[in-house]
Design a protein around this ligand. Structure first.
Ligand code: PRP
Ligand code: MN
Ligand code: MG
Length: 181
């Protein structure tokens, strides 16, 4: 069985860069939410790695809940059609909610999700995303905490998949074209 990293063209964000940036964001988040009860909402499945590492970098009490939505299916382009595969376990009204995402690409998933969550009347609603592709934005979403702005390339690893693979890479990289062509 070939090494999974053999399907990559290049590494875009290293393990060390991810850890360093998440530590910075965690410090900012801990300061911003001081004295408030924070609920982290991870967006399955892509946000699993960010949620695990960002929450551990935070030295404050947090609750965690999860939503599973999918807009991509198995392709490389966002369809814009968002499906809730799993909803939150608890009510978020009056809660300070921080949505944790791996990537904002077109922004369609997140803008849909934010509208959905806002209707449940949280006390506050913000977003932390490890990656953002500014050139790919189809809708503007206000994201308070961004790890890295990256170019418009198809990236995998650290939670991000191509046809459900590559999520387990500890870094973010671009897929070699021969893999998806
Ligand atoms: C990916 C990614 C984001 C979203 C970003 O999720 O994890 O949630 O797409 O794309 P957008 O900004 O263009 O909407 P996906 O729908 O592939 O589900 P997954 O997290 O289970 O992989
Ligand atoms: Mn996702
Ligand atoms: Mg996906």
């Amino acid at each position: 069985q070939a090494d999974v990293a053999g399907d990559l063209e290049k590494v875009l964000v290293t393990e060390e860069q991810i850890a360093g940036r998440l530590a910075e964001l965690a410090e900012q988040i801990a300061a911003d939410y001081e004295g408030r009860d924070l609920l982290l909402v991870g967006v399955l499945k892509g946000a699993v790695m960010v949620m695990a590492d960002l929450s551990r970098a935070l030295r404050i009490h947090v609750d965690m809940d999860w939503m599973a939505v999918s807009s991509y299916g198995s392709g490389t382009k966002s369809s814009g059609v968002v499906r809730i595969l799993k909803d939150l376990d608890r009510d978020i009204s009056g809660r300070h909610v921080l949505v944790v995402e791996d990537i904002i690409d077109s922004g369609l998933t997140l803008s849909w999700l934010l509208a959905n969550l806002r209707s449940r009347q949280p006390a506050s609603l913000e977003v932390a995303a490890l990656l953002r592709k500014p050139e790919a934005a189809k809708v503007d979403v206000d994201v308070r905490y961004v790890g890295f702005d990256i170019p418009e390339e198809f990236v995998v690893g650290y939670g991000l998949d191509y046809a459900e693979k590559y999520r387990n890479l500890p870094f973010v990289g671009t897929l070699a074209p021969h893999v998806y062509r």
